[in-house]
Design a binder for this molecule. Structure first.
Ligand code: FE2
Ligand code: FE2
Length: 190
């Protein structure tokens, strides 16, 4: 049920810069965030909130870098292509952002890891989002890297335990074609 098949049908002639500097920049950040989440969940049965907060604010900044710098620049390269490509990523960014609100427990972390793994893979895979954006922004790479370095932190509130927060996350996941309970393992796959 997960939407996965967006790239193979896209009529883009991919000749990405061999250096793939944007790809490397964002992929390194994915790895950094994954390591922070690993550290936050190192001890079974507990979440280290110091590392979790670093993961949380880092992920929100990463999403901001994609939405505010990378996507607008790629859109200038092809409005037609990006209008078909970006919605899936925007919905998943919305879902991930909503998942940053409730207090982290084992279930929430499981769902975050699941969505993040699929999302990051689709961005990184050959011919994926980053390769396409690299191609569409050829010639502006250094300027974009400079702008990306300047992106400020996203202010965060402490995790919010009100039930509305987890319900909002469930709905944001559903909009992105994910089922919270199915991922959490509390419901059979439909
Ligand atoms: Fe993303
Ligand atoms: Fe990303």
């Amino acid at each position: 049920m997960y939407s996965k098949c967006h790239l193979t049908a896209l009529p883009v002639d991919l000749k990405p810069d061999m250096n793939k500097k944007l790809h490397r920049f964002f992929t390194n950040d994915h790895q950094r965030l994954e390591q922070l989440l690993d550290k936050a969940t190192e001890k079974p049965g507990e979440v280290d909130l110091h590392y979790y907060q670093q993961f949380r604010s880092g992920l929100l900044r990463h999403i901001k870098m994609e939405e505010k710098i990378l996507f607008p620049a790629a859109k200038q390269g092809s409005e037609e292509l990006t209008s078909r490509l970006f919605p899936r990523y925007r919905l998943e960014h919305g879902a991930l952002t909503a998942l940053m609100v409730p207090p982290p427990d084992a279930t929430l972390i499981k769902v975050i890891r699941h969505v993040l793994e699929k999302h990051d893979l689709a961005e990184e895979e050959p011919g994926g989002l980053y390769d396409i954006c690299e191609e569409l922004t050829a010639g502006q790479t250094q300027s974009l890297l400079d702008q990306l370095e300047q992106v400020s932190e996203v202010p965060t509130h402490p995790p919010n335990p009100i039930p509305f927060a987890i319900e909002a996350a469930r709905r944001a996941l559903a909009r992105a074609n994910y089922d919270f309970d199915e991922i959490a393992g509390s419901k059979e796959p439909s």
